[in-house]
Design a protein around this ligand. Structure first.
Ligand SMILES: NC(=O)c1ccc[n+]([C@@H]2O[C@H](COP(=O)([O-])OP(=O)(O)OC[C@H]3O[C@@H](n4cnc5c(N)ncnc54)[C@H](O)[C@@H]3O)[C@@H](O)[C@H]2O)c1
Length: 412
């Protein structure tokens, strides 16, 4: 089997910890030969794990792309507003690209990236990892088999989880839309993408949305709450207290690792209390909405509604597909869905086996799909096309436009 040679741009949480482990698990299949990452600690840690020579490590993507490496592909996993430039440059240099979502911070830039890849004839895959999961592939197979007749409507809920929301959208990287992309684009282009995927690429015609930042605001702070949790009088009782990063609950672990990977609680705490993750959730510079609902009408009159909320205990996506002969209902995190047949009344449960990696196996599955596509460029791969991802992006941007305008219906 040909070993695929990759370059990584951005050795952060996604690049280094979600995609690159595939190369360590299957070293005969994939090797990272160069990396660009400005943070020295991250760069060195990545280089050590993947045995990359010092001269193949760069502080910036420009340095890496200037070298003209012979690579099968490049992964770009920088932050939202740092995708456009390296993506355009990598495409121009003729590399096949796996690009983190959202592709860019505006619709125009997103369209430009897709157009550039088409013109250059390179593969551009977007990290809409959900459509590569065994769960959604199995669900689509059932829809395509006709078992529930013609799909008429979809209801999809993204339960963001109160702790996840506070970590990422109040204190963390996606809190302020001036610095990143709106919550609906950053978090939920996954959801528009998965609905488009399940509907076999049907086009969304109209969209409207409502939502606001109603809770994580100064007026909701408990009396006497201070700017950080360090010496706040509520730091034992507040459910968002930074000290709760130390609690041994499954929901906390991933986010604790994002702050600092160490098992030493003292070292972790000293670091945490100096980071934005120790800020009071009611006193941050956040403007990301904490709940939002979106209504969509597709061609052929298919309707879809979709909801995202910070105010949920668990982190999970629930999906219900309503067809003329039956319905499908399931939750990706539970690895199973039910098919209910109207005529017989029978209920069949489909259980899927999922790799136990993040995003219900999606991160590993997308690496497998990307490297297979690079290994066999002669095979036409369905569902890899960035044009389908583009549609999901356009819908997410339109939903945000509608929300900002007070719920105006946007024609697509
Ligand atoms: N596909 C998904 O399911 C999913 C999930 C979460 C996040 N994301 C997206 O993934 C992207 C990365 O998120 P993250 O959590 O890994 O962020 P991160 O901040 O941990 O990683 C980004 C890395 O890019 C590096 N970087 C910055 N400038 C650079 C440059 N000029 N050259 C090379 N590297 C540079 C940063 O130093 C950082 O280490 C974001 O766009 C985010 O929205 C996708």
């Amino acid at each position: 089997m040909k070993q695929i040679r990759l370059g990584l741009i951005g050795a952060g949480e996604r690049g280094a910890n979600c995609y690159a482990p595939y190369a360590l698990k299957y070293p005969a299949e994939v090797k990272f030969v160069c990396v660009a990452e400005p943070c020295r600690e991250r760069r060195e840690c990545f280089a050590a794990a993947h045995k990359i020579n010092e001269q193949d490590c760069y502080k910036d993507w420009k340095g890496l792309l200037d070298q003209g490496y012979e690579l099968d592909g490049v992964i770009i996993a920088t932050q939202d507003r740092e995708h456009y430039e390296p993506a355009m440059a990598a495409i121009e240099a003729g590399y096949h690209v796996l690009l983190e979502k959202p592709m860019a911070e505006t619709v125009e830039k997103t369209q430009e990236i897709v157009r550039a890849a088409q013109e250059k004839g390179v593969l551009l895959m977007v990290c809409h990892v959900l459509r590569y999961t065994p769960f959604f592939i199995a669900m689509k197979d059932v829809i395509d088999s006709g078992a529930i007749g013609e799909v008429q409507s979809i209801h999809h809920i993204e339960n963001i989880g109160y702790w996840h929301f506070a970590h990422s959208y109040v204190r963390g990287n996606w809190r302020n839309t001036g610095e990143t992309t709106p919550m609906i684009v950053a978090k939920c282009s996954h959801d528009t993408d998965i609905m488009n995927y399940l509907l076999g690429g049907k086009k969304c015609r109209r969209i409207s949305s409502f939502g606001s930042l109603s809770y994580f605001r100064p007026e909701n702070a408990p009396e006497g709450a201070t700017e950080t949790c360090v010496d706040c009088p509520h730091n034992k009782t507040c459910m968002y207290s930074a000290y709760k990063y130390l609690e041994d609950r499954p929901m906390r672990q991933n986010f604790r690792d994002i702050v600092l990977r160490t098992d030493d609680n003292q070292e972790f705490l000293e670091h945490l209390l100096r980071t934005p993750y120790a800020r009071c959730v009611y006193h941050c510079d956040n403007d990301a909405v904490d709940h939002q609902v979106v209504n969509m009408e597709y061609e052929g009159g298919v309707t879809a509604s979709w909801q995202a909320s910070a105010f949920t205990m668990d982190i999970k996506r629930q999906t219900k597909i309503m067809g003329t002969k039956g319905e499908i209902e399931g939750c990706i995190e539970e690895d199973s869905f039910d098919i209910k047949d109207f005529a017989s009344g029978n209920v069949r449960t489909v259980r899927v086996h999922t790799p136990k990696t993040l995003h219900s196996g999606g991160d590993e599955c997308i690496m497998q799909t990307f490297t297979e596509a690079l290994r066999h460029p002669e095979i036409e791969h369905e569902n890899l096309d960035a044009a389908l991802s583009l549609q999901g992006h356009v819908m997410a941007f339109a939903a945000e436009e509608s929300r900002r305008s007070g719920g105006k219906v946007i024609e697509l």
